[in-house]
Ligand binder design. Structure first.
Ligand code: NOJ
Length: 970
């Protein structure tokens, strides 16, 4: 049935099927190591006596005194002469790290992926004691001693249990295989002995070994020493070195994560009879032209983090591996998931993240790889991009037309055509004669400029950036390890900066200085309001294998490109964001958009989903992809509004802006061949619709900023799918077309289909949900319920869940910095028991002064009082100082800090209460005079479905920085 479904889907998405050049990219069967991994799994499945050949040698166990870490030697029965070392440790927060590497081998496997992904070396717990038995070692831990990690010796199996139930199991299916380094000659010799009995004494033993190896590794060598794909030959100088590992979740029926794929959030099956996709999910950063809207193919970025979820718990695994990785998923028995990870090279370095709640998993994962950086406030505004605004006058004109149409925008972007011959940093003076003046014109009302800087450098001596990189030896090398690699990209024959070379870091940072430096070239034709877009960093190489670099290219330290491919892309935004911070003292928060990413990239800026098509399918899958990135720790995500390719009709464009307005990163972008489609160009009524969507986004910036602050401190994602917010509500586990924004209580269901006038929204609990615009009260049910809500084109389906207080700023402005002193509106959505709460975080939005206590963090509360309600504001920062900023505990928080004083005059100008039982008799600020109000009768929060009562309290004259209470008496 599913196969039929996917066939139908394939036919429906035919235009994109025809567009993608699938033949440019490998399937698993075209990648030798993936073939080997899948063949191993097939042998295991068909053998009733399958048993992993890997086992721990009990005599080698060493338990570090006082530490929750132990090491042991591991042997594989099929290669008794090869040694492996296992290292298992439990971190302070209960995460278990499992590492295995070949010891004393012919070469070294790449073992630095984690060092790029991790924020810091995690702290190992000192409280956990391993107990060693005859057949296993185990450690019990956790506050309630409910967690247990067990390492079984023979065969080797690592299990994480909670309350006696298996959460994650490594090598439970016996698919672990770390191909050790070998030489072609030694393999040939062994084979010859086995075949011909050359060595009369040893041949029988050898024969047995060869048979055992054939049983486990297959009869024939498959692509061990060389491999061809299309016209490219990969020389594989190190021979086979792949890593296969099965990871099972015996008690979890849903898995999520491993972005980036254009697929559903709850990941479908890729193996077995009911496979939805025939190929495994692939992680190999690639520039896929016109990618499919429903596919396990790899895309621009890779985060090897997988959540597994059930009503009982959420757990996760993070596989810190930098090489190409394929992941098969099978939902064999109900409520269980088996996965199989096959990587081309690298050590085994897997983190078992115990949860047990989604919030625990986010905290544990972001403690490893970092929380998303708190963006500059303006970066949450509307970004206007196009390939290309063709001149400085064009930029000025676009800005003027936005202002004339009174449509808010914060950032104007320049794509590659600003650069002379695509030599990034170097303005084409024919079209951009006055870049600094142009940027200053954009800066006038606090707007910013983002300019593209790609990692490929045109190989020409009149390009100072290339020339100095070449002179300093900072470029990626060909397979001989000596000559500069040349490939083809936008700038023609190009070389690539090797950011693995530490010498490149300061060099790269120095380029971004806005002042002259007698010692080297600097970007004096930029300002501190010029921010950066890093594109093509997979890396994209037009004439390379799979539109990327040859795998046998050589990087700093002698590593082959294959070893580091998936982390390569993250180094550029990492160093670029540092470069932007180094431009001023003190630093401004950087903004860097990246196309390629890996685990940990969330620390450096934003990502987008690349070159989507202007189709409804792409709009729909973009929502899921952004959700998956949020699950992967990378909240600051969005997709090109309008679709990169194509000319969207007005209806589609309006819907796409609605999607953008509810994405953390909100940028309109278009391909060079498309017609201009800036919002002011649309006819009515569409232009007004876009204006009001953009104003809605701007009015809700306090919600987004507060959600980002929370993400930057706790790791909780900015966009939250149902399973994250209602982890026990099974009916919501596969829901991925509606989601919550931070902790705000806003539930949005973007419309991603043509002609929609109403839509069914899933309500996960027995609670009232109010339509944001009409205040109509819908009721969910304990086991979940679908309600139908109006969704005419001008309207994004948006609900506020009862129990939330949503702060907004409703004055229309042309850019977000102009809103810094605007008053607030509070929407108080009473829950069934008459209460509500909400939060608001504010700081200067651009510097790091918040880390020194310069911020305001408020909690708004509504408590039922008789039939009325008391609405209050209190300081949260002094209640929870340790959570105040970036996890840095503030010893003292000063309510009257300088920032708070600077906005002391900012008022709450309106409080709107939904669902009050009856018209109030009096509304007062505690200790103050009566306030004026308007009351529209309607249903109460605890009442039936229908238009809710709405109380509008006008100008209570309370400061947003102070404690206050408004008493509503009914
Ligand atoms: C590819 C990017 O994905 C796209 O957004 C950009 O416009 C082009 N490169 C040109 O720079």
């Amino acid at each position: 049935m599913r196969a039929l479904g996917s066939l139908l889907l394939l036919l429906i998405t035919l235009p994109s099927v025809l567009a993608v050049k699938s033949q440019d990219f490998k399937t698993c069967s075209q990648a030798a190591f993936c073939r080997r991994g899948r063949a191993l799994s097939a042998r295991a499945k068909t053998s009733s006596t399958w048993r992993s050949p890997y086992s721990v040698d009990p005599s080698t166990i060493a338990i570090a005194p006082e530490e929750a870490s132990f090491t042991a030697g591991v042997k594989s029965s099929i290669y008794p002469e090869v040694n492996f070392g296992l290292d298992v440790r439990v971190h302070k927060d209960g995460v278990v790290r499992v590492r295995m590497d070949e010891v004393g081998g012919l070469r070294k496997r790449y073992d630095e992926a984690a060092s790029w992904a991790l924020l810091a070396e995690p702290e190992i717990s000192r409280e956990i004691k391993w107990t060693a038995g005859k057949n296993e070692v185990r450690a019990v831990y956790g506050d309630k001693k409910e967690f247990e990690v067990v390492v079984a010796f023979s065969p080797l199996k690592v299990s994480l249990l909670r309350k006696g139930k298996e959460q994650v199991v490594l090598n439970g299916q016996g698919l672990l295989h770390m191909e050790h380094f070998r030489t072609k000659e030694s393999v040939e010799k062994t084979e010859a002995i086995a075949e011909e009995g050359v060595d009369s004494d040893g041949s029988q033993v050898v024969m047995q070994q060869v048979n055992a190896r054939a049983w486990f590794e297959g009869e024939t060598e498959d692509g061990w020493w060389e491999e061809t794909f299309s016209s490219w030959t990969d020389s594989k100088p190190k021979g086979p070195e792949s890593l296969s590992l099965d990871i099972s979740f015996p008690n979890h029926g849903h898995v999520y994560g491993i972005p980036q794929h254009a697929t559903s959030l709850s990941l479908p099956t890729t193996s077995g009879e009911s496979a939805y996709y025939s190929d495994p999910f692939r992680l190999y950063n690639t520039d896929v032209f016109e990618y499919l809207a429903d596919s396990p193919m790899s895309l621009y970025g890779s985060i090897p983090l997988m959540h597994a979820h059930s009503t009982a718990s959420t757990v996760a695994v993070f596989d810190a591996i930098a090489s190409e990785t394929w992941i098969d998923i099978a939902h064999g028995s109900p409520g269980a998931t088996e996965t199989h990870w096959i990587s081309e090279s690298g050590i085994l370095d897997v983190f078992l993240i115990p949860g047990p709640t989604p919030a625990d998993v986010f905290a544990q994962y972001t403690r490893l790889t970092g929380t998303p950086a708190l963006p500059a406030h303006w970066a949450l505004g509307h970004h206007q991009c196009r390939w290309n605004y063709i001149s400085s006058d064009d930029v000025r004109d676009v800005q003027r037309r936005f202002d004339q149409a009174d449509i808010p925008v914060d950032v104007f972007w320049l794509d590659i055509e600003y650069a002379e011959e695509h030599k990034y940093f170097i303005w084409d003076k024919k079209t951009f004669p006055d870049p600094v003046e142009m940027t200053k014109d954009v800066e006038a009302i606090g707007r910013k400029m983002v300019v593209i800087v790609d990692p490929h450098l045109k190989r020409t001596s009149n390009y100072p950036v290339y020339q100095s990189a070449s002179d300093l030896g900072l470029l990626v090398k060909q397979k001989n390890g000596e000559s500069e690699y040349e490939g083809w990209c936008w700038s023609g024959g190009s070389a690539w900066i090797d950011f693995f070379n530490p010498a490149s870091w300061d060099w790269w940072k120095s380029l971004f200085k806005t002042e002259e430096d007698p010692n080297h070239w600097t970007w004096t034709e930029s300002t501190v309001n010029t921010y950066i877009w890093n594109d093509m960093n997979e890396p994209s190489v037009f004439n390379g294998p799979e539109i990327s670099m040859p795998r046998d290219n050589v990087h700093y330290g002698g590593w082959e490109h294959r070893d580091i491919h998936n982390i390569n892309g993250m180094l550029l935004p990492n160093i670029t964001s540092q470069a932007l911070m180094a431009r001023t003292d003190p630093s401004y928060r950087p903004f860097v958009l990246t196309r390629s990413f890996y685990a940990g990239s969330q620390r450096f800026g934003a990502m987008w989903t690349g070159d989507n098509l202007g189709t409804w399918e792409h709009m729909a899958v973009g929502v899921k992809m952004v959700l998956a990135n949020n699950i992967g720790g990378f909240s600051f995500a969005g997709s090109d509004v309008g679709g990169f390719f194509g000319n969207p009709e007005p209806e589609m464009l309006v819907r796409w802006y609605q999607v953008g307005a509810f994405s953390p990163f909100f940028r309109a972008h278009a391909h060079i061949d498309t017609k201009r489609r800036e919002p002011y160009l649309l006819d009515e009524p569409y232009k007004s619709m876009l204006r009001s969507i953009l104003r809605l986004r701007y009015s809700q910036l306090p919600v987004w900023y507060t959600a980002f602050r929370e993400a930057s401190v706790t790791g909780m994602p900015v966009l939250r799918p149902h399973y994250v917010v209602f982890p026990k509500d099974e009916a919501g586990f596969a829901v991925d077309d509606q989601y919550f924004v931070g902790s705000s209580g806003l539930l949005v269901k973007p419309i991603v289909k043509k002609g929609v006038k109403e839509i069914s929204v899933y309500l996960p609990e027995d609670q009232v949900y109010y339509d944001y615009f009409t205040h109509y009260a819908y009721h969910g049910a304990a086991k979940g319920k679908n309600v139908t809500i109006p969704a005419e084109l001008y309207k994004t389906p948006l609900l506020i869940s009862g129990g939330s207080i949503v702060p907004t700023r409703e004055r229309p402005r042309r850019s977000s910095p102009l809103m810094a002193h605007d008053p607030f509106t509070l929407r108080v959505a009473l829950d069934k028991s008459g209460g509500a709460r909400g939060e608001l975080y504010l700081d200067d939005g651009v510097t790091y002064a918040h880390q020194k206590g310069q911020f305001v963090w408020r909690e708004f509360g509504a408590q039922k009082a008789g039939k009325g309600v008391r609405i209050s504001s209190r300081n949260l920062a002094s209640q929870k100082p340790a959570e105040a900023v970036d996890g840095v505990a503030l010893a003292t928080y000063d309510n009257a800090n300088e920032f708070a004083r600077s906005i002391a005059g900012v008022r709450v100008e309106r409080v709107v209460v939904f669902g009050l039982a009856a018209k109030p008799m009096s509304v007062k600020v505690q200790g103050g005079a009566e306030l004026s109000f308007e009351f529209t009768p309607g249903v109460a929060a605890a009442g039936r479905e229908g238009g809710a009562s709405v109380l509008v309290i006008k100008d209570p004259s309370v400061s947003v920085t102070r404690d206050w209470e408004i008493v509503v008496q009914v």
